[in-house]
Design a protein around this ligand. Structure first.
Ligand code: AHR
Length: 320
């Protein structure tokens, strides 16, 4: 090993040790939304793993999809005097009071994967994807796939009032704006779950000539897309060809559907929001320097050309 490589190794180890030493002993509360999707389950396990790796004592609270439970959990964390709070906010509004209480108690709050409609000084930073861009990536893929062909799209929205549902809709609409051949003919919430995605898709199929009038389904997450795929098959149609399937998250099950020719595209959302969040927190606690207000994760498009079977194998068992 060259001297330079040795020096780099020692420097790397020193940095790792000092960041671990800094994080060790921290107590962090995490208010998670629930377990509505495979992606959410993966985010929970990655967050627990990241905390353990860094010696952080993570207090985990599952809100079972209810904002009131999240507010209760955050108040509990404040009462316990934790060093910081992570929150994945189920909906965008209604956070001012509790975030104000955390600020008064001088406890930094970091938002994970969803945003809030609240003053930016109420949280330290937000680690999330550009959800409007995710919608645009999905919409551009569909527009490129259908070219000039007429295409009636049905949309499965995420949880009403959540930022991914609002923004993914907006981005997709932006991408197809001006394309007279593509229109969203039906749009309803499937609450980010597989069961509701299937149920709502069944209704769309019934209302659209047994599904024969539907060209594509755009689902705000993969779990709803997987539910929709089942509904399409139950109706005697072929998902992936009779009805195109485009969604967001990149969970293992969508890759397995893609490998079977039943899904056409997904936009990746990394479940590792906690890594950048803990890095930002550690740096902030070390030198008091506030991180960027928005830490944006990548939104990469995957299609059947991207070795879906390999992606499935690589991702299964990662907590999804
Ligand atoms: O906020 C991120 C979204 O929430 C994911 O795309 C979805 O699967 C989850 O439930």
């Amino acid at each position: 090993m060259s001297i330079l490589s040795r020096l780099a190794l020692v420097a790397g180890m020193t940095a790792m040790l000092s960041s671990t030493a800094l994080a060790a002993g921290l107590t962090v509360g995490f208010s998670q939304i629930g377990s509505e999707s495979g992606w959410r389950a993966a985010e929970t396990s990655v967050t627990k793993m990241e905390a353990e790796k860094r010696g952080i004592d993570l207090k985990f609270a599952d809100a079972q999809q209810k904002q009131e439970n999240q507010i209760k959990a955050i108040r509990g964390f404040i009462a316990q005097g934790v060093d910081a709070i992570l929150v994945a906010p189920v909906v965008a509004t209604g956070w001012d009071a509790v975030l104000g209480e955390a600020k008064d108690a001088k406890i930094p709050v970091i938002l994970l994967d969803r945003g809030v409609d609240a003053a930016e000084d109420l949280y330290l930073t937000s680690v999330a994807s550009d959800q409007v861009e995710e919608g645009r990536v999905a919409g551009r893929f569909l527009a490129d796939s259908v070219k000039d062909k007429d295409c009636k799209v049905v949309e499965l929205q995420g949880t009403v009032g959540s930022t991914p549902a609002i923004n993914r809709k907006k981005g997709f609409e932006e991408a197809i704006a001006g394309k007279a051949n593509i229109s969203i003919v039906r749009s309803q919430t499937g609450d980010f779950t597989r069961a509701k995605g299937k149920e709502v898709m069944e209704g769309f199929i019934k209302a659209e000539n047994g599904g024969k009038d539907i060209c594509a389904v755009y689902a705000h997450n993969d779990d709803m897309a997987v539910g929709a795929i089942q509904a399409i098959k139950d109706a005697g149609l072929k998902p992936g060809s009779d009805i195109l399937v485009v969604s967001i998250d990149a969970v293992p099950d969508i890759f397995s559907a893609m490998a079977a020719g039943e899904a056409n595209a997904t936009v990746e959302l990394t479940p590792n929001m906690a890594g950048p969040a803990f890095d930002a927190l550690e740096a902030y606690l070390k030198d008091g320097k506030a991180p960027e207000k928005f830490i944006i994760t990548e939104s990469k498009l995957y299609t059947p050309a991207d070795n879906p079977q390999g992606e499935y194998e690589a991702r299964k068992g990662l907590g999804y």
